[in-house]
Structure formats: C-alpha cells, structure tokens
Design a protein around this ligand. Structure first.
Ligand SMILES: [Zn+2]
Ligand SMILES: [Zn+2]
Length: 256
C-alpha cells in the first residue's frame, strides 16, 4: 500500500464533532487519509466522554471500524489519571491538551474562556503556559501534544513575537523531546513555522492533526503535511502509532 498521511486528531459525535464514526472513516477515505478518532475524554469539556464506563463504550464502538483509536485528554482534568490500565492499552495513541493552564497560585486559566484573572498580563500568562507545559510533559503519558500554540481567547491574535520568546520556545521543545511527546501541526490552530522548525531541529517527532469537527475539516491535513514536508520531515517520520508505537503499549495494527 502506498503511504498515506494519518490524521491523528479528529472528533465525532462521541464528543463535540458533527460526524458519526462511520462518516469520519468515509470522509478520510475520500481524502486518502488514515483516520483516527480522538474524541474529548474529560469532565471539563462541554460535550465529551466523561466517565470510565463511557470510555469503554467508545472503545467498543471504535473496535467495529478500521480506525485508529485515540482520545484527547485535558491535562488539567483528572479523568486520564483514573483510567485503568486495561482500558489505556486499548488506545492506539493518546493526545494531551492544555485546555487550561495553571498559575502559581493554582488558578486555572481556560483556553476557551473570555475572562481573565484580574491583572494577568500576557507575559505572566505565557510564563505560566510554559511552566504548565513542562509539568504536562513530565506527568502525562501521552504521545502527542495537541495544538501546542493554543492560548486563551483574550490573547489569541497577539503577534507571535510577543507570545513566544526564544527562551519559551526552547523550553517547550526540550520538554517535548525529553518526554518523547510529538508536536502536533494542527490544521485548526496552525503553529508558527519558527517553532515547528525548532521542534524538528531538536528531534521532536511531528504529528498531523485536523482537529476536525465538521465534514469539511475532518481528515484535512493538507496544510500541516505541506509544512512538515517544506521543513524537511520525511513522510515516514511523521507520527504513526502503527510504525512508532505508543505509550499505551500499542505496537502495531491489530485485527478489529
Ligand atoms: Zn483541543
Ligand atoms: Zn481536538
């Protein structure tokens, strides 16, 4: 079989996506992409898988399709810490997300909230973001950091050089490298090229993710793939749980 890009990150109606699992699989086939379901597994996402029992139902369903079985777990929510090993081993790979970062006093700043703690500056926020990312990398046994450059709504759109100093970028790629966590190039939240280049130069693996929720978004990894190729990443080096394995213990495609 010829090489196909893998969309390591797509959502279905199991969380906040619009497509059924069958529709995700069908759409990916149309685009010549290998699909993964990576629905939200967290108690702090509005439409999400929120219990161990629901994770079991989700995995039982995915077993009926020729699809990679992932999940997107919030670092700041404890559900990932509560999953029994028997369930963890059924995932082909797992994604971790910083949907909230933690300030020194313990306050969480959510990525999708419009409210900021009073007086929080963008520089303080980005320092806390970097600190949280380092903690995430030490604590969370995931294969991919989803959308590494996602920041809280009030600070989105601020120019890259204000958000990302060289020191912060180095700390991020060092943390991912040390933990063996891949850097996702997201279709939905595209990272700036300098940071992707820095990750590649450091030896961090690159993963493609549509973070698709709709039919037009799911499995569309054309832009992330083009960027990875432009920066010299060989197709075979892009994260593929079947080729590179997973911290879940998955080591290759098994019969569904
Ligand atoms: Zn996310
Ligand atoms: Zn997502």
């Amino acid at each position: 079989m010829t090489w196909q890009p893998i969309d390591c990150h797509a959502h279905s109606i199991f969380s906040d996506g619009e497509l059924t699992v069958a529709e995700v699989v069908e759409r990916a086939a149309e685009l010549g992409v290998t699909p993964s379901l990576a629905d939200h597994i967290s108690r702090d996402v509005a439409r999400s898988i929120t219990s161990v029992e629901q994770v079991e139902i989700y995995l039982d369903t995915l077993d009926q399709f020729d699809v990679l079985r992932a999940g997107e777990f919030c670092w700041h929510d404890n559900l990932w810490r509560e999953l029994p090993g028997t369930l963890v081993r059924r995932f082909t790979h797992r994604l971790g997300s910083l949907h909230a970062i933690q300030l020194d006093d313990g306050t969480l700043v959510h990525a999708f909230s419009r409210r900021l703690p009073q007086g929080l500056t963008v520089q303080q926020y980005m320092d806390a973001h970097t600190d949280t990312l380092e903690r995430f990398a030490r604590e969370m046994p995931v294969d991919v950091l989803a959308h590494p450059t996602l920041v809280t709504l009030p600070f989105r759109g601020i120019d890259v050089d204000t958000l990302w100093s060289e020191e912060r970028e180095i700390r991020v790629v060092d943390a991912l490298f040390d933990a063996g966590i891949a850097f996702e190039i997201s279709s939905r939240y595209p990272p700036h090229e300098r940071l992707v280049r820095r990750a590649i130069d450091r030896g961090v693996r690159i993963s493609l993710g549509s973070d698709g929720h709709t039919r037009t978004q799911v499995a569309d990894v054309a832009r992330p793939l083009a960027l990875a190729r432009a920066l010299g990443v060989a197709d075979d080096d892009l994260y593929d749980p079947m080729r590179h394995g997973s911290k879940t213990g998955f080591s290759g495609r098994t019969a569904a």
